[in-house]
Design a protein around this ligand. Sequence first.
Ligand code: 5GP
Length: 158
Amino acid sequence: MQGEQGRNAVQRGGFDPHTVFEKILAGELPATFVYRDDLVAAFMDIQPITPGHTLVVPLLKAATLAELPPATGERMFAVAQRIGAAIRRTELACEGINLFLADGVAAGQTVFHLHLHVFPRHAEDGFRWKLPDGYYTPPPREEIANTGAAIRAALAAD
Ligand code: 5GP
């Protein structure tokens, strides 16, 4: 999920301090904006997965989730929720909505200015998640419980 300029940013090392999204927010590069407030803005993705694919981005500089102030994250989700509802009120093909956020290279992040994808889905849109081998053989419940316990402990130490 990356446009030409996103791809170029990655080729330059992925951590360009002046990401393409900062340039868009500053008005230095064009984009089709649909929303802006005091914390976030939203504009159309240059390479949409489906028509209507929109990106919700913080105005402040945050490359990753760890750098994102929680209040800004809350606003990003609230605006994504509104945009999803708005998309459903358009003529765009939309039987469902996906929200997706990539935090880190391994998660598929290509532009290091955090962003929440909002894109409409329908049965014939051709988009599918590729699940890992073994997905349909779930691990024993004990393994899942142990993993949950590790996360609970990490949360408690927060
Ligand atoms: P990621 O892979 O980081 O989750 O998503 C980056 C997204 O940014 C991709 O969906 C890609 O199409 C989009 N993108 C990359 N460069 C540009 C650009 O210059 N303008 C716009 N509007 N979207 C871009």
